[in-house]
Design a protein around this ligand. Structure first.
Ligand SMILES: [Zn+2]
Ligand SMILES: [Zn+2]
Length: 396
């Protein structure tokens, strides 16, 4: 029998499970569970209640074996054994997450891919940079390949663009019809189109190319929920960073107060928009008493590749998560300066100056085997530091 009622504690997991199962067939419910926690959870056969889970592969660790869980049995096995599943409980807000596809600089190896990140912001799917092998990483980490609506390219170095022609071609071969927008430096279009032309690849879907500028902050993309900005970085060639922002959310209605008053739906919408309203009984309801402050809008900044610059902190001031390159450790600071890259300590200094919430380090040189050394160096200046290992999913 399918359990349709939440447990006695009314825990979020059970409420959701009851919700999914009421509305959808079981296999769709399982896929939805997997999607929410960033793993592929597929039923073993149609209608089955069992599903398989494999936590994403992390650099420097063995891949976890695929485990099979039964949705209908006790919640404990998968709640305790799979930390990805335990993220389940924290999904009350709109999605804002970053999946790291590659964290190596220059060239990929067996443990680390080159630059690429997959963003899901309120169900807008973006790709940042597209180094060699990014499409394989997208498949490995179960990202929604064809849902990418826009690609943001920071600069024309190979470890950031060599995967792009292959990715465009694969989407074409898989039958993509939806339009795609690619934001990138001057000459990106010319470079990629030349490859597609000589290889006789004609894409079946429209591609819009938008040139970025590095003379200040520019808004590249905007819709009703999100916006994306570019800003200049200091690298050997033209390079920009990107700032992804959630737009301010509407005020929340104080439901306890509204239960005592007679208010129309139209007036509730006006209250959410910040207005005062008068109800049917002629009582003036002040916005301040009927609504609560909305949750703060979230933001994510990507700075790769760049030398240390104090000005960068101005562009990323107060973001929730800053992803900053740290190609080298302090022992190679001279080389970092010469090649216009940063050390972990310099990335932490930018994070500290900008007052960000968390710092993610990425773009590690292949000369270093352990990314923990980068985290240790940066943490001395900015404690809330993590390494953006391949396959890691960061919820913002
Ligand atoms: Zn690079
Ligand atoms: Zn570069």
């Amino acid at each position: 029998m399918i359990e349709r009622k939440p447990c006695a504690d009314n825990c979020r997991r059970c409420v959701l499970r009851a919700g999914f199962l009421k509305k959808r067939p079981r296999s769709a419910a399982l896929r939805a569970v997997g999607k929410q926690v960033g793993v592929k959870a597929r039923p073993r056969k149609k209608g089955a209640t069992e599903f398989k889970v494999q936590a994403p592969f992390e650099a420097g660790t063995r891949p976890t074996p695929i485990r099979t869980y039964d949705l209908m049995k006790s919640s404990e096995p998968y709640r305790n054994k799979c930390h990805w599943i335990s993220n389940f409980a924290s999904m009350s807000r709109q999605t804002f997450e970053v999946l790291v596809l590659g964290s190596s600089s220059a060239s990929p190896d067996t443990e680390r891919g080159v630059s690429g990140q997959y963003l899901n912001i309120c169900e807008r799917h973006f790709l940042i940079d597209c180094g060699e092998g990014v499409q394989i990483q997208l498949r490995r980490y179960k990202a929604r390949f064809q849902s990418v609506a826009a690609i943001f390219i920071s600069h024309l170095h190979g470890d950031h663009i060599f995967g792009l022609p292959g990715f465009l071609s694969s989407m074409h071969l898989l039958g993509r019809k939806n339009p795609l927008t690619i934001y990138g430096p001057p000459r990106l279009r010319e470079t990629i189109m030349q490859l597609l032309t000589v290889s006789d690849t004609q894409l079946n879907y429209p591609v819009e190319w938008v040139e970025t500028k590095n003379d200040g902050k520019h808004r590249l993309y905007e819709d009703e929920k999100t916006e994306v900005w570019s800003f200049p970085l200091d690298h050997r060639i033209f390079c920009t960073g990107f700032l992804f922002k959630e737009k301010p959310l509407p005020r929340r209605i104080n439901k306890e107060l509204l239960a005592e008053l007679t208010i129309s739906v139209a007036d509730i919408m006006r209250l959410k928009a910040g207005e005062d309203v008068e109800n049917e009984e002629g009582r003036l309801i002040k916005n301040a008493e009927a609504t609560l402050d909305p949750p703060a809008a979230r933001s994510y900044a990507y700075c790769c590749d760049t030398a240390f610059r104090k000005e960068t902190a101005e562009y990323v001031k107060g973001v929730d998560v800053l992803c900053h390159e740290s190609t080298f450790l302090k022992d190679h600071e001279v080389r970092a300066t010469a090649t216009r890259h940063s050390t972990a300590e310099q990335a932490a200094t930018v994070a500290q100056l900008a007052g960000v919430g968390r710092l993610l380090l990425t773009h590690f040189s292949a000369r270093y085997r352990y990314v923990n050394d980068f985290v240790r160096e940066a943490s001395a200046i900015f404690p809330a530091t993590e390494a953006a290992g391949d396959g890691k999913l960061f919820k913002i």
